[in-house]
Design a protein around this ligand. Structure first.
Ligand SMILES: Cc1cc2nc3c(=O)[nH]c(=O)nc-3n(C[C@H](O)[C@H](O)[C@H](O)COP(=O)(O)O)c2cc1C
Length: 173
């Protein structure tokens, strides 16, 4: 079972499209997936699910439980202002510590309009996950210029092969 997280709450996001493509690659290999879409988070979770409100938001609790159950995770991460989306950090801060991330494994995929492919975002996130005890797969595809490489639901051959390579490594990780 692999848990795929679309790491932005922006509606109709490219991250969500890519999460579905990633799910398709895993399904072709008969691997089960669980999907987590941050655009389905309760809109008020920052006020109702963090710190002293922890555990009190029923909908947010379903996200917490899925993340606690997850063993191998894939984060699809768009580049926002040179890093990853703030909503992802707020989400992480609302999860059970330390058991959500301790001794688990994660793979990261970066996407951006510009040339970096969210490289810095993936480094920032790797630091956080390593701090929390999650091992991060070294191969982190950086899908730059995403608009030129993903039209409708068709990903370019090159980017598809990068994801396939990562999946093969993740399954052996
Ligand atoms: C708030 C925001 C900040 C962004 N900052 C950057 C950036 O720093 N560098 C970049 O190349 N693209 C940036 N972009 C473009 C996104 O990386 C790109 O559109 C990506 O496909 C968006 O993914 P999403 O559709 O999953 O939100 C930004 C987009 C948004 C919405």
């Amino acid at each position: 079972m692999i848990t795929i997280i679309s790491s932005t709450n922006r509606k109709n996001s490219v991250s969500k499209k890519l999460a579905h493509i990633y799910q398709g690659i895993l399904e072709d290999k008969k691997i089960e997936t669980e999907m987590i879409y941050l655009d389905e988070l309760p809109e008020d979770f920052i006020a109702t699910a963090l710190y002293d409100q922890s555990g009190k938001n029923k909908l947010f609790n379903t996200f917490r439980e899925k993340m606690l159950r997850a063993e191998k995770m894939v984060f699809i991460v768009p580049e926002y202002n040179g890093s990853f989306p703030g909503v992802l950090k707020a989400f992480i801060d609302g999860l059970a510590f330390p058991n959500t991330f301790r001794d688990k494994k994660a793979a990261l995929v970066g996407i951006s309009s510009g040339v970096q492919g969210a490289g810095l975002a993936l480094s920032h996130l790797t630091d956080i996950f390593n701090y929390c005890g999650t091992h991060v797969l070294a191969q982190k595809p950086k899908l730059s210029r995403i608009e030129e490489n993903l039209t409708e639901n068709n990903l370019s051959e090159l980017y598809h092969s990068l994801l396939e390579e990562q999946v093969d490594k993740l399954l052996r990780f």
